[in-house]
Design a protein around this ligand. Structure first.
Ligand code: AMP
Ligand code: ZN
Length: 512
């Protein structure tokens, strides 16, 4: 049996993952892992750094599924309460963007939620089973704050209700930092009324400081997003939403909670403090954190910084397909910082295409001689014969390839999601003595975790438009037996970095 080991920030160790046994009535269908991943604050496009974190979480989810677990994955959408300053200072990011774009905060949230979902789709990141918006769970957040108030963990200031971190033992258990260090970090933004620098807002009162916008009818409201509460009109703090929603949706199945490393010292530390104080029970067994994506010079990519690169601007507009970024990310372990560069993404693009070509070159013996040639053909209809065969579930049952390789691949993934090693196993399979048929079965199986869409790659041999046009002209020349023109066109195609092979049934063009 190959056990799954994950690095747990809580213990600073790689630990064997064991799901919480479900309560008795659920035992029959049991074995579901509860996974909560902190989602985007929807006031801007996701940048490539954010997407790195969501991709590592996707690999985690796929690894759990590959190990036979059922997964209940919840991701939140932060559409209220995340302020420009991490220590509850500054302005709500959504309200700020609404004013800038002259839209309502709801419109901002809807637009950037849509673009986020589109981005993750393009990266072949699986959607969570449940999306939840902070604004849909105001009641649950108020209830949780009421519980904390009853237990004596809260106090009131002129701008809201705060959590008293000195009342929670082991406040630093996730960060592993001395309390003094945490306090130092929190002192950056001063709030004279806080009892301790690490205290944080549970409920913020609407204040009249913010200028009014045309959307605030009659100028009576201070904010667009505000609700009644036992403490006055206002809005929830950022941290309480993740506690309230994970508890409401995963209940006792609090197995794994994830995010980027910047969430360790504040957001996740506060989530633990308020949830465990309210429930008296442990809040999530495993805490996993992905390292940063940096730009040249080791500077973190951030929404607020000038180095902001979105999928659309950095890749799509430059004709680079999103899966090249997925491939690039898989080459670095999720806990290692990584630098993004244009040269890096271009090299990943070439690497992915090379890998696809290795897979396209595999020809299962089961294909008839006729099909063997057809599949080399540029004729899409004929190539579909090969694709159909590949996609037939009878053709690549799980056990059709060497069990050894499956074990080796699983060992890589189960070693704290070692994707660079897993990619190396793909190469080992391709270079092995397995039959082509077995190789295909193996890489398709591994792709359940890698998500590089190897099957899709077979359907589509992507050629640049210019090469595509030359190829069409050459095909026509060959059909018309104009070999002089056909040779000239071959040279042109080759000068663009592609090699041309002629088969009985057509030509085959691959990147050199
Ligand atoms: P946000 O939308 O700012 O709440 O961030 C969404 C997710 O992206 C969080 O899990 C962050 O920890 C993560 N994140 C932010 N910046 C980076 C970065 N440069 N590299 C990797 N992850 C990041
Ligand atoms: Zn969160």
């Amino acid at each position: 049996m190959n056990k799954l080991y994950l690095y747990n920030t809580l213990t600073r160790k790689k630990e064997e993952f064991k799901a919480i046994p479900p309560p008795a009535p659920l035992l029959k269908g049991g074995g579901k892992v509860g996974l909560y991943t902190c989602g985007p604050t929807v006031y801007n496009y996701a940048h490539l750094g954010n997407l790195r974190t969501y991709l590592f979480e996707d690999i985690l989810k796929r690894a759990l599924l590959y190990n036979g677990y059922k997964v209940k994955h919840v991701m939140n959408i932060t559409d209220v309460g995340h302020l420009t300053g991490d220590m509850d200072m500054g302005e709500d990011k959504l309200e700020m963007e609404a004013r800038k774009e002259k839209k309502t905060a709801w419109q901002i949230a809807e637009f950037y939620t849509r673009t986020f979902r589109y981005d993750i789709k393009r990266l072949n990141i699986m959607e969570p089973d449940i999306w939840c918006k902070a604004t849909d769970y105001i009641k649950e957040q108020i209830e949780l704050i009421k519980k904390l108030e009853k237990k004596g963990y809260t106090y009131k200031t002129s701008d809201g209700i705060y959590y008293d971190t000195s009342k929670f033992r082991n406040y630093n258990k996730l960060s592993h930092l001395p309390l003094e260090k945490l306090k130092e970090g929190a002192r950056v933004e001063k709030n004279q009324e806080k009892k301790n620098p690490t205290d944080f807002a549970l409920w913020k009162l609407s204040t009249p400081k913010i200028p009014l916008t045309p959307f605030e009818k009659g100028g009576k409201k201070n904010r667009q997003m505000e609700w009644d509460s036992p403490w006055g009109v206002g809005f929830p703090g950022w941290h309480i939403e993740c506690s309230a929603m994970s508890l409401a949706l995963l209940k006792n199945q609090l197995d794994i909670h994830c995010g980027g490393i910047d969430h360790i010292n504040v957001h996740h530390t506060n989530e633990i403090a308020q949830s465990e104080a309210a429930t008296g029970k442990k809040f999530f067994n495993f805490w996993l954190h992905g390292a940063f994506l940096n730009i040249a010079g080791g500077k973190k990519m951030a929404k607020s910084a000038e180095n902001f690169l979105a999928l659309e601007t950095a890749l799509i507009k430059k004709g680079i397909e999103p899966l090249a970024y997925r491939f690039m990310l898989l080459q670095t372990h999720y806990r290692k910082p990584m630098e993004y560069s244009e040269a890096g993404i271009k090299s990943a693009e070439r690497g992915l295409e090379h890998l696809r070509n290795q897979i396209r070159d595999l020809t299962p013996a089961r294909l008839s001689e006729k099909h063997r040639h057809s599949c080399e053909s540029r004729n899409p209809e004929k190539r579909m014969a090969k694709v159909k065969l590949f996609l037939d579930p009878r053709f690549h049952g799980d056990d059709e390839f060497s069990i050894d390789f499956k074990e080796i691949f699983l060992a890589a993934i189960n070693d704290d999601l070692n994707t660079p090693r897993a990619l190396a196993v793909v190469q080992e399979v391709l270079k092995s003595k397995l039959t082509d048929e077995e190789k295909l079965a193996a890489v398709f199986d591994f792709d359940k975790v890698l998500g590089l869409d190897f099957k899709g790659a077979l359907k589509k041999m992507k050629l640049p438009e210019e090469v595509e046009k030359l190829a069409e002209a050459r095909q026509k020349a060959r059909e018309e037996k104009d070999f002089k023109l056909s040779d000239e066109l071959r040279k042109k195609i080759e000068s663009l970095g592609y090699s041309v092979e002629d088969a009985k049934d057509g030509q085959r063009i691959v990147k050199k």
